[in-house]
Design a protein around this ligand. Structure first.
Ligand SMILES: C=C(O[C@@H]1C=C(C(=O)O)C=C[C@H]1O)C(=O)O
Length: 500
């Protein structure tokens, strides 16, 4: 294998050679020719992926560069504290499911299996860790709920294989390009495609090299008074919670999570997605910071809740439920966590989630380890009770199977699941869309990571729709639940630049 990638140490400040996407024409053409030969042999298109090492750059800069490239919709996924990022643009393939009967995960898994069997991956550098094409996307919270115009273009299930993917992990950065090669492709077309891909690499290199660096930090300091509006009046929301408590007292179900919706309007023009992401990552480094674009709209957030990750057979998940505010002094903070988070009501709510996860993993995993006692997870303005859970996936099981069994956990749905879901559907009076649904990525081999899309908002121009929910049990106090949802909203409000 011939590679022309230069490992020469070029300082990032050297804008002339800071970001070459180096790939020799002969190497790329040869890859496409091999893909074409395989496509002819199998009479099936071949998903061809080329992975190239690049100099690490801030993931948000790449996100910006992808916009200038104008190749279509973008996505962003970052775990700032563990320095992992995925940034994608364009769509080489989109797999969606409109199924409302519970088969959406299965339908998408089947499509992924076909892809896996017809994939050719290549890299210009053997020092890069092997990886497989990955798709990014999400799932609606409840596909059975009648969708409204608010979540148009966010179907029950959607995964997108980007044309270009920037990945940063373990201190290494790479750029992957994906293309389908058809069985009837002619040699001239392969030549043409090679020329086009190389031109694209050149254009992107130029854009990345010439991006200004400091701008986002400055923009993130600017605040504005957003006009905020509750979609349901507080009294109405509280009466919905009241009703649920009454039902639980009568034994109809044991736990339900009810959410409310707030609209925020920017007085002077559209929200800036990059500045929003910058603020989210600065304030909430220990979360999954994500953005998913559909048309001109973005679903964006910083969620502390991992639904599940699976890599090489190792599965990680968590129960995250029970919330309290942060104290001003360390002593007060500690007192709040001891009195509230470790109090009987919250432990009870939390325990439902641990139990469900234990049951859901039973068939999927050969071994499950649940931390003996929950711990406190401290975020900037809120703290939660969290129980880490690990498992070993049985062979042949994939992350999407885990997602389909775990979602919705009682941290966002309720107990029993189906009763709580139909109560939410009938009485919550809001369209959750992808809020509280699984968002994340999966590769063609079934590894991946999904988070629960909390602390999130849907941005449409100068309007943002925010969601926040809370777990309610029979002993809950409706006014207190309202206040608690109010601790969750500032994550997005401040990140949208709100001055309050
Ligand atoms: C539903 C939300 O959060 C969930 C509910 C929690 C609770 O009931 O205390 C805590 C964390 C999340 O599992 C939300 O942030 O909107």
């Amino acid at each position: 294998m011939e590679t022309v990638f230069s490992d020469r140490a070029t300082p990032l400040s050297d804008t002339t050679h800071a970001w070459p996407i180096a790939c020799e024409r002969g190497f790329l053409l040869n890859l496409l020719q091999r893909a074409a030969a395989r496509a002819r042999q199998h009479k099936h298109s071949i998903l061809t992926m080329l992975k190239i090492p690049v100099k690490p750059r801030d993931a948000l800069q790449i996100f910006r560069a992808f916009q200038i490239l104008e190749m279509g919709e973008r996505f962003f996924w970052e775990k700032p504290a563990s320095q992992q990022a995925l940034v994608g643009v364009g769509s080489a393939l989109s797999i969606s499911s409109d199924d409302t009967s519970g088969k959406r995960f299965q339908e998408i898994t089947e499509a992924l299996c076909v892809l896996r069997d017809f994939t050719l991956t290549e890299t210009t550098s053997s020092s890069l860790p092997a990886s497989r094409p990955l798709l990014f996307g999400g799932f609606a919270f409840d596909p059975q709920r009648q969708g409204t115009a608010l979540w148009q273009d966010f179907p029950p299930g959607l995964l997108i294989l980007p044309q270009l993917l920037y990945r940063f992990e373990d201190g290494q950065a790479s750029l992957s390009f994906h293309i389908f090669i058809q069985p009837d492709v002619i040699p001239n077309e392969l030549e043409l495609q090679t020329t086009e891909i190389l031109a694209l690499f050149q254009r992107l290199s130029y854009i990345v090299e010439h991006l200004p660096t400091q701008q986002l930090e400055e923009l993130s300091l600017q605040t504005v008074r957003l006009r905020k509006q509750e979609v349901l009046p507080a009294s109405r929301w509280i009466s919905i919670v009241d009703r649920a408590i009454e039902q639980m007292r009568q034994g109809a179900y044991q736990k339900i999570v009810l959410a409310r919706q707030v609209e925020a309007h920017h007085p002077d023009g559209p929200f800036d997605i990059e500045t929003t992401l910058y603020r989210l990552r600065q304030s909430y480094p220990d979360t999954f910071v994500f953005a998913f674009q559909r048309g001109k709209r973005y679903f964006v957030g910083a969620t502390p809740e991992r639904l599940v990750s699976a890599r090489g057979g190792k599965l990680l998940t968590m129960a995250l439920a029970g919330s309290a505010p942060r104290g001003i002094t360390p002593e007060e903070d500690e007192l709040i966590s001891q009195e509230q988070l470790y109090g009987a009501k919250i432990r009870h709510e939390h325990y439902f989630v641990v139990e469900l996860i234990r049951d859901a993993l039973h068939e999927l995993c050969s071994q499950v380890t649940i931390a003996e006692a929950p711990r406190v997870r401290k975020l900037k303005n809120i703290q939660h009770l969290e129980t880490p859970i690990e498992g070993t996936l049985r062979s042949g099981r994939t992350i999407l199977e885990a997602v389909s069994r775990l979602h919705p956990t009682p941290a966002v749905g309720g107990v029993p699941r189906e009763v709580a879901l139909s109560e939410i559907r009938a009485h919550e009076e809001l369209d959750r869309g992808w809020y509280a649904g699984p968002v994340g990525w999966v590769d063609v081999d079934g590894d991946g990571e999904f988070a629960v899309a909390l602390r999130s908002a849907l941005l449409a121009g100068s309007k943002a729709t925010l969601f926040a929910g809370n777990g309610i049990v029979a002993s809950s106090d409706p006014e207190a639940e309202y206040t608690e949802t109010g601790w969750k909203l500032p994550v997005m409000l401040r990140s949208l630049g709100d001055e309050e």
